[in-house]
Write a protein that binds this ligand. Structure first.
Ligand code: SAH
Length: 284
């Protein structure tokens, strides 16, 4: 193929039919992380029902004239209830709209996408699911932290630090997670960070276990705090780091010294051997 034409055509994408709901992941913030399907849906939707986590730059890609419907918390007011949102989606679809339900990250990762899709299914409304880049993978990557690295971990657990009602995360067996010795990636962790850290250490993780908090990942306001489990709660509070933030616990955080590509663009040197030569020789 003529190389100058290589990018000229997109693959055949499914049409966005009236009366359908597309449940789409918007990724962590950077519009460049949208999928082609998400981009098409934004360009064709009659209405976009979005939550607070969807970035401005992403919303700006919506078709001019599309109705933008906010379904999240605003100014401390309670967010619309989940049944309200689901009913709204059903009503919009039945009215013949191309309904884009846009969620931060991936719609099926701690995003209640499953609940909404079930409600659509119950109502007989046709829907398509478009996965997105989840904060626990893409957000960490923007901070130079890989979800896995063979010298650091062989598994990664995605955990919520919040229960459905916003209470302490007592539905998670933190000690069991700690004893597995693998990487732990925690969503919605800031509020209960002290309790979570205490539980993880009670489960056997050393106070010196590396931790990174990545706030507003992949947006212009991205901020990263690197610390250790023993002091993470106090350090986070002192730093004023804000939600939304993703927390990584374990050896993968050490890789950041070598992989912080954004820092490198700003002139910070990368450590070519962030885990130490011994680790490399062991698995060599
Ligand atoms: N469906 C989303 C997660 C929704 S739960 C996803 O797949 O990413 C909300 C939590 O996601 C936040 O509390 C935070 O922990 C995380 N999160 C979402 N976007 C983020 C971002 N840009 N930077 C850091 N954390 C983010």
């Amino acid at each position: 193929m003529d190389p100058s034409r290589r990018n000229a055509t997109l693959p055949d994408l499914p049409a966005f039919e009236p009366g359908w709901v597309w449940l789409v992941g918007a990724g962590p913030g950077d519009p460049g992380l949208l999928t082609l399907l998400a981009h098409r849906a934004l360009g064709e939707a009659d209405c976009v029902v979005h939550d607070a986590l969807v970035g401005e730059g992403v919303l700006a890609l919506a078709r001019p004239g599309a109705e933008m419907i906010y379904a999240g918390k605003r100014g401390g007011k309670p967010s619309p209830s989940q049944p309200d949102i689901s009913n709204r989606l059903v009503a919009l679809a039945r009215a013949g709209g191309k309904v884009l339900r846009l969620k931060g990250g991936d719609p099926f990762v701690f995003g209640r996408g499953g609940e909404e899709a079930l409600a659509l299914a119950r109502a007989g409304v046709p829907f398509r699911v478009v996965p997105g880049i989840t904060a626990g993978i893409g957000g960490l990557a923007y901070a130079g932290i890989p979800a896995t690295h063979r010298d650091a971990n062989h598994a990664v657990a995605f955990v919520t630090g919040h229960m459905a009602g916003g209470d302490a995360p007592d539905g998670v067996d933190w000690r069991a997670l700690a004893s597995g010795g693998q990487a732990i990636v925690i969503y919605m962790a800031l509020k209960h960070l002290a309790a979570i850290a205490t539980e993880l250490m009670a489960g056997g993780l050393a106070a010196s276990t590396p931790v990174a908090i990545v706030s507003r990942a992949s947006t212009p306001r991205q901020r990263v705090l690197e610390t250790v489990l023993g002091t993470v709660a106090g350090d986070a509070a002192a730093s004023g780091i804000e939600a939304p933030a993703i927390v990584a616990v374990g050896g993968i955080v050490r890789l950041r010294a070598g992989l912080d590509w954004m820092g490198a663009m700003e002139g910070r040197p990368l450590d070519p051997d962030p885990l130490g030569r011994d680790a490399a020789r062991r698995t060599g």
